[in-house]
Design a protein around this ligand. Structure first.
Ligand SMILES: Cc1ncc(COP(=O)(O)O)c(C=O)c1O
Length: 412
């Protein structure tokens, strides 16, 4: 089946924020890796939740019943989105909080001397929590290197770090700094060869590529809807038996909650959860017919084709600009190994200065290390203020990419 082609003009009509202007010119959003814009349907769902079903869970009255129903519906949506079962889903304030919480839970089942592997590609939210629990439980944390030349993961180095004591291999599905997509199947195979859990950060991957925890063979997967057109929220998908067996901190009376829900502490943001469902449905609406999972599959094929074309356009545009120093892969033949998130430096201008000059023209980019501290250190970027990062999403247009390229050209 041919993937539907993305109608970007139609997509853009659904995002009120994309109509923003700056000094009379369109405002260009390349800040997506830090957070995306939301379609009207998401804001409407949140308003509906707040104005018409604003009650706590478990009551006999209609607003509480409706709040319960919305949360149950959201678990199904999150399961469709992450390739899991509804019982495997845990909601939380953001990915980082869930990453810390679940690492604390897992570490309570480990022995002193057990080992964890992280990677230099990871956001610090998939590294720092292991350093923290290692202190508490006497664990040893290793870090797999990235290749300095192209920002890909050094799989041989990762393999060499494995041991019979390895309990977790924590890695990102896509780098929020360099855009690199590491080889998931190979990493999962290595982790399984020593019986280690796979602990995947899908935060940066999710707006660009289709998640599927079960098919990818992942034990734990994290994502944040605010990166994929939803509200500020975090989601963990935890393999069912693991979700049932890991120790969870619960208030009394300790009612037995099913699986993933055991890791939801206190009252959740019902409005964000409702908005998340709308974001999943929005994405599915880009994918034609079939079940919601099938529509998401098709939508992501269309999103990927669109973003790959933007990536090729950007790489061709900056080709020959000697003042642009690209960090990470720049070979347009290797788009399978990256998403359309680009990190670079500009000769003679610190990243913060570049970001400021682009902001003056209504072009939003990030500068710094983006909490991908290990990559920033490995590439020797920390002392110089990090890098400039421009991220493309499915609502990015070729004309916006050309505008960015032109603006970068003028910095030379
Ligand atoms: C790859 C990656 N992981 C984790 C996070 C943290 O997510 P959250 O803000 O939901 O805690 C981010 C946020 O930028 C990210 O890009």
């Amino acid at each position: 089946m041919d993937a539907p082609v993305l109608d970007v003009d139609l997509v853009r009509t659904q995002f009120p924020a994309l109509a923003r202007t700056h000094d009379g010119a369109p405002f260009a959003y390349f800040d997506g890796p830090g957070g995306s814009q939301v379609p009207l349907a998401v804001a409407d769902a949140m308003t509906q939740s707040l104005l018409h079903a604003n009650a706590n869970c478990g009551g006999a009255f209609s607003t509480s019943v409706e709040a319960d129903a919305a949360i149950a519906e959201a678990r199904v949506a999150a399961a469709d989105f992450t390739g899991s079962r509804p019982e495997e889903i845990a909601f939380g304030p953001n990915a980082t909080t869930l990453q810390f919480l679940l690492a604390h839970a897992a570490a309570r089942t480990f022995e002193p001397g057990d080992e964890i592997i992280t990677t230099e590609l990871d956001h610090d939210s998939n590294v720092a929590q292991w350093l923290r629990v290692a202190e508490d439980h006497g664990l040893v944390v290793h870090q797999a290197r990235l290749h300095r030349t192209d920002g890909t993961l050094d799989l041989h180095h990762l393999e060499g770090l494995l041991s019979p004591r390895t309990r977790v291999v924590a890695f990102t599905l896509a780098s929020n700094h360099l855009g690199t997509v590491p080889p998931v199947a190979a990493i999962v195979g290595l982790a399984r060869s020593v019986g280690a859990l796979t602990w995947a950060d899908g935060v940066h991957y999710a707006p660009h590529r289709r998640l599927n925890r079960e098919a990818m063979g992942l034990d734990v997967l994290f994502t944040s809807p605010y990166k994929w057109f939803g509200p500020h929220l975090g989601i963990a998908s935890i393999r069912l038996d693991l979700a049932q067996s890991l120790p969870a901190d619960r208030v009394r009376p300790a009612e037995e909650e099913p699986a993933g829900h055991r890791f939801e502490t206190g009252t959740q943001s019902h409005e964000a959860i409702a908005g998340m469902t709308a974001a999943v449905d929005y994405l599915a609406s880009l994918g034609g017919g079939g079940t919601r999972r099938e529509r998401l599959d098709a939508a992501y094929a269309a999103i990927r084709a669109h973003e790959d074309a933007l990536a090729v356009r950007f790489l061709a545009g900056i080709e020959g600009m000697d003042h642009i120093v690209m960090h990470g892969l720049r070979d347009p033949a290797r788009l399978d190994e990256r998403v359309a998130t680009f990190s670079f430096g500009v000769e003679g201008a610190p990243p913060a200065e570049v970001a400021r000059r682009l902001a003056q023209q209504g072009i939003a980019v990030w500068d710094g290390n983006f909490y991908a501290l290990s990559a920033s250190e490995a590439l020797g970027l920390e002392a110089g203020g990090g890098a400039v990062r421009a991220g493309f999403l499915h609502y990015t247009t070729p004309a916006e990419v050309d505008r960015l390229v032109d603006a970068l050209g003028e910095l030379g």
